[in-house]
Design a protein around this ligand. Structure first.
Ligand SMILES: Nc1ncnc2c1ncn2[C@@H]1O[C@H](COP(=O)(O)OP(=O)(O)OP(=O)(O)O)[C@@H](O)[C@H]1O
Length: 360
């Protein structure tokens, strides 16, 4: 069931100043009930503007926003029952944790007893029991974001919007907060729309997401679907795939600089475009350890680092640097500067012909 639907959305900033003009244009965006939905894209592509439009904090030039099949354009932000959490915590500095969380309930004239019960429950959910009397300046960055989360959750919003809420936290705390928000998503059965430019966060959290560029949606799908089939090189790079070669396919061989890559499986021929090689579809082998010389290059290891059971390589092949990820094997040791073979799996190659490249 669709929770939120945006149709023909248009918003322009700086109409009278061509130098700073920005257009947000979205034909259609559907977010399903209980989705953990991501809005992903580079700086200035319109992620926050889109969130503010959903929340009613920014006026639209044109378009329709529907929540539960009802048009909500004319409904005031405070009546939309949407919670919002920003990068900065925006807590009231003169109120303690209990007062900060209870503020919205007090405005809604909820009784004292009920407030106390609701705050008790939400403090339990966000892991802040015992912190009721602390003031924001007595809390760590992660704890402040937990209070922000509690303050939004206590009002039982139908939709929770989060704008890069963990980007100011250090990596360990960020990981902790990601686990917490996944737990909350399940516990509260809610729809969450979350903005980030961190692709690790996207893989960790989202069921579905959009990738935006210059005010447009470039691709829509689950993180896995988008990683497997990036629509263009912008999306591929955003998904962390940096092995991209430009060249021509002639007689089922892709030729780029001095590299020839077999594309036997491909139906395309006599075309120019970009070949995307996913890092896990390349494998580094010992130079003397390969009998089958099919789909193989020679290269030199420039970097290799161990990461939780995997090795990340950077290998120079004919002056082009390739990123390779492979499972760590304890009986094989690789060194920087070592001459190696790199075997590619044709299944992991994606060719995007020039005319197929969707420019945006
Ligand atoms: N109130 C405003 N008036 C004029 N221009 C604005 C306004 N708010 C945002 N912009 C411009 O609109 C564009 C999109 O801004 P937005 O904040 O939505 O991007 P973003 O993707 O969230 O960026 P970031 O990741 O850096 O936060 C930017 O070029 C920004 O300068």
């Amino acid at each position: 069931m669709t929770k939120l639907c945006l149709k023909n959305i248009k918003k322009t900033y700086g109409k009278h100043d061509k130098r700073s003009e920005f257009d947000l244009n979205i034909d259609e965006l559907k977010i399903e009930y209980r989705d953990f939905f991501g809005i992903v894209g580079g700086s200035g592509c319109g992620k926050t503007t889109l969130l503010k439009i959903i929340a009613g904090l920014t006026d639209l030039d044109y378009g329709e926003i529907c929540m539960d099949q009802k048009i909500i354009n004319q409904i005031l932000p405070q009546r939309r029952n949407i919670g919002m959490i920003f990068q900065e915590n925006l807590l009231f500095p003169h109120m303690n944790v209990y007062e900060n969380i209870g503020f919205g309930l007090k405005i809604k004239k909820v009784g004292k007893k009920e407030i106390s019960k609701l705050i008790d429950d939400v403090l339990q959910s966000v892991g802040l029991k015992g912190f009721e009397k602390r003031y924001p300046n007595e809390l760590s960055g992660g704890q402040k974001q937990r209070v922000s989360l509690a303050r939004a959750l206590v009002l039982k919003p139908e939709l929770l919007l989060m704008d890069e809420p963990f980007s100011a936290l250090d990596p360990r705390l960020r990981e902790e907060m990601r686990s917490l928000i996944l737990k909350i998503h399940k516990e509260y059965n809610m729809t969450i729309v979350f903005v980030t430019h961190d692709i690790e966060e996207a893989f960790n959290l989202f069921n579905n997401m959009i990738i935006m560029k210059e005010g447009r949606i470039v691709q829509n799908g689950s993180p896995m679907q988008i990683y497997e089939n990036p629509i263009n090189t912008y999306v591929a790079k955003f998904m962390g795939i940096n092995n991209i070669l430009y060249g021509n396919i002639i007689n089922k061989i892709f030729i780029s600089n001095d590299l020839n890559i077999n594309l036997d499986r491909f139906t395309e021929d006599n075309l120019s475009g970009n070949l995307i090689l996913k890092p896990e579809c390349l494998k580094v082998l010992k130079f003397d350890n390969c009998c089958e010389h099919i789909n193989i290059f020679e290269g030199i290891i420039k970097e290799c680092s161990f990461r939780k059971g995997f090795i990340d390589f950077k290998v120079d092949i004919n002056s082009t640097e390739f990123e390779i990820i492979q499972v760590y094997e304890s009986d094989i040791e690789f060194k920087v500067g070592e001459r190696v073979l790199v075997k590619y799996d044709e299944k992991g190659l994606i060719f995007i012909a020039d005319e197929g490249e969707i420019q945006c």
